[in-house]
Ligand binder design. Structure first.
Ligand SMILES: Nc1ncnc2c1ncn2[C@@H]1O[C@H](COP(=O)(O)OP(=O)(O)OP(=O)(O)O)[C@@H](O)[C@H]1O
Ligand SMILES: [Mg+2]
Length: 234
């Protein structure tokens, strides 16, 4: 089902949250392989495990069972320091609420993830400016988040997620706080980014799912069996 070129390979991945005396099963035996390029939409009802899946792909959480391999690294066996490195280098994350640092301007927000790698400041600045230009914000470099529209803030967040050139971009309902027209622009941007890396995006919107190369349907922590097929569009 998977081959050496896949960026992501999950085998029988389960996630059980322990809440007091209760066990909450969020993911239940997920098998999944995704290639090193393309846009993949994750859809499903509230509580079906979409965010849990994304957190595991981004090493923000560990599975209870199963194997998670991303970009050749088996995340299960990585120590905490390895996971931190993975989060900075291999997986960029975009959130519904943008999560920018309010007192830093757009350029500084995008430069921040590069600081861990000893990149000289001038180079960080240059690369951040190029990324912001790429997302259409060349004229907003010194604006702080509070001085930007929602769509602009999300574009800064996307540029920041690409700062260390990760092969994987994860986005959890990135247009949830945006109007549909602005959301459509964000989707187009993600689709363009997906030409050169793997983009996994959780969405409630049909429009975004329609742009995806494949739609992964989650229900009660399980993937619908048709997720192995390439989705055909009408
Ligand atoms: N930290 C946690 N502790 C306990 N249970 C959790 C935790 N995080 C999620 N859950 C539970 O796991 C299940 C899956 O949650 P998840 O957040 O992955 O769903 P989702 O598909 O992203 O939903 P939504 O569309 O509402 O964002 C839910 O039943 C949820 O209540
Ligand atoms: Mg969620």
């Amino acid at each position: 089902m998977s081959d050496r070129n896949d960026l992501i390979v999950l085998r029988r991945v389960s996630k059980i949250y322990r809440k007091g005396n209760e066990n909450v099963s969020a993911l239940d035996g997920i098998d999944l392989a995704l290639p090193a390029r393309g846009m993949f939409a994750v859809v499903g009802p509230s509580g079906s495990g979409k965010s849990s899946l994304l957190h595991i792909l981004g090493a923000m959480d560990r599975p209870t069972e199963g194997e998670v391999r991303v970009a050749g690294q088996v995340l299960n066996s990585l120590p905490e320091a390895g996971l931190t490195h993975f989060r900075r280098k291999t997986a960029g994350f975009v959130f519904q609420g943008f999560n920018l640092i309010p007192n830093l301007n757009a350029l500084e927000n995008v430069m921040l993830p590069m600081e861990f790698y000893g990149v000289p400041a001038a180079e960080r600045r240059q690369r951040a400016a190029a990324l912001l230009e790429r997302v259409g914000l060349a004229a907003r470099l010194t604006h702080r988040p509070g001085e930007l529209s929602g769509g602009e803030q999300q574009r800064v967040a996307i540029a920041r997620a690409l700062a260390n050139d990760p092969p994987l971009l994860l986005a959890d309902e990135p247009t949830g706080n945006l109007d549909s027209k602005t959301g459509a622009m964000i989707y187009e941007l993600l689709k363009e980014i997906a030409r050169e890396r793997t983009v996994v995006v959780v969405t409630h919107g049909e429009a975004l799912a329609a742009l995806a190369d494949r739609v992964l349907h989650l229900a009660d922590g399980r993937l619908a069996t048709n997720n192995l097929e390439r989705t055909t569009h009408v």
